[in-house]
Design a protein around this ligand. Sequence first.
Ligand code: ADP
Ligand code: MG
Length: 600
Amino acid sequence: MQIKVLSDDLASRIAAGEVIERPASVVKELVENSLDAGSTRVDVQVVGGGVKSIIVIDNGTGIPSEQITTAFERFATSKIDESSDLISIPTLGFRGEALPSIASVARVTAVSMSKGADSGTKYYVDFGRPGSVETIGAPQGTRIEVADLFNNTPARLKFLGSAGRELSRLQSIMASLALVNPHVAFSLVADSRDRLRTTGSGKLTDSIAGVYGQKIADQMISLEPDGSSAFSVDGLVSSPSLTRANRTYITISVNGRWIQSRRLSYAIEQAYHGFLPERRFPFALLRIRTPLDDVDPNVHPSKAQVRFLREDLVFSIVQRAIRGILSASAPIHEIGASRAAASFGLLGRVDLAEAQSGTRELGMPSTQGSLIQRPDLLFKIAQKQPTEKQTDIASHIAESGNTPHETLPVLRVIGQIHETYIVAEGPEGLYLIDQHAAHERVTFEMVKERFDNNGSEYQPLLEPLTVDLAPGMMTTVQEHQHDLNKAGWKFEEFGKNSLIIRSVPGPLSVRISGDGAGQVLVRVLDELASGGTGDTWSDRLLATIACHASVRAGQSLSIDDCKNLVRQLEESDRPNTCPHGRPTIVRLSVNDIEREFKRR
Ligand code: ADP
Ligand code: MG
């Protein structure tokens, strides 16, 4: 075929494919235009998952009537000009691609009334073919209607999911935009049903309430801005008792732009390490501020990813801020609190499987016949908004990198139940301590301190032990030999796939046989091979040692054993969770006991 320049129409449709992938991308582009126009209200209505129609109405500056046709031309933008350096871009849009892209794959009707104008303008574009411009009356702002999306590109249409699936994607983007723009009132109505509504009060907790429901909003801890440097982070993160099974509840903005970043999400997850059980994720709404020329949003046509000049700095600021506030305010889990969190009725991204499973993360054996069955016993989490003092602590940590001590209340040990839980009385009610989780915490901190100071104890085995490794495991052993030795395992390679173990970590030998201790090494290696690397790997190694070196559930303890354990727990740095992030202690408050007995 001969080389020739593509027609404008074809070129636009090809380009449109990059910007407009699905109904959710239309909503994102239109809403971002509304935000760039300084709107304080953005109302979105969709039908059929957005494929039939999407209407976005704002009260922003509007488009002057003589410019409305230009707005739909490719690379037409009012946001940058020749003199712009593309390095510091303050607006969400700048590529001048959204309106022409959308108009090339749908029927678009734009009605706009610009500030101070006498009348409004209506402009219709039919799958890229410009229609007439009419003068009409309209309220100030812009209303863009997009109908029959992708009707002229059947391949795209086929590639879309069901209307429900597309709606949930669209809803999730709306939720993110609403969360990072608390000063704008958003609404989303889908097939005449209200899906999301925020007040535009400017408060982050109000946006959270509008998107996820008030109960979630009540359990968020606020990260105050440090304000001192050019880089800052603030926002809201969930208290460790409120978790979800996936990362979709993490929302990040950089200089006001909602972004998606795997690495930043990972930084947030890492900050929760040890506070949350494995494979559970927090809610987070983080606002990052950097100098404008430190981020490049021009990475992809969808502008959802950015490049940071000083990426590592941003990550460490995020991690330290969250880590600091969590350590400063880690709550004791209140009985029933996780169920309260699971039963929220929110408009946004509901995880149904999760809402049904209810009590799974409650550190109790079962709810059978117990006090916690009544739904009205869903009390508030002990966590309050951090006080000014705690925030100070947090910013102090952000500077020094030190973690302050959490504290347990003074507890009077009453005894042991079920050979598993220690019962204690404290100032705010009845406390149950999981003996295994508590001992694990105590042992973990002890082995970690020795490990960090190169002083791990080890126990030579009278008879060296041979263990066979899975194929390929020897490389893992070699890579981590230093840390494994440091923890107390001394071994030699024996053939291609076996090790001769000569000594095991000291704490392990107290509770299990040499054979058992050898098997622990195999478990550690398995964990490593299944991706357990990264900077927390040595913590996980030590947590595994602590787990096997600790008193088990089902072991009877004397009252003195119980008291000892509680004293040791009180002295640990992070008494409220075990090294895997499960609670060590839960509380039933006096209030709730009284309510159960109908005293109040
Ligand atoms: P970009 O946002 O990258 O500039 P778009 O194609 O999205 O490109 O929009 C083109 C132009 O149309 C914008 O630069 C802006 O001037 C104008 N515009 C689009 N939507 C609106 C709106 N809702 N309110 C006011 N002006 C708008
Ligand atoms: Mg735009």
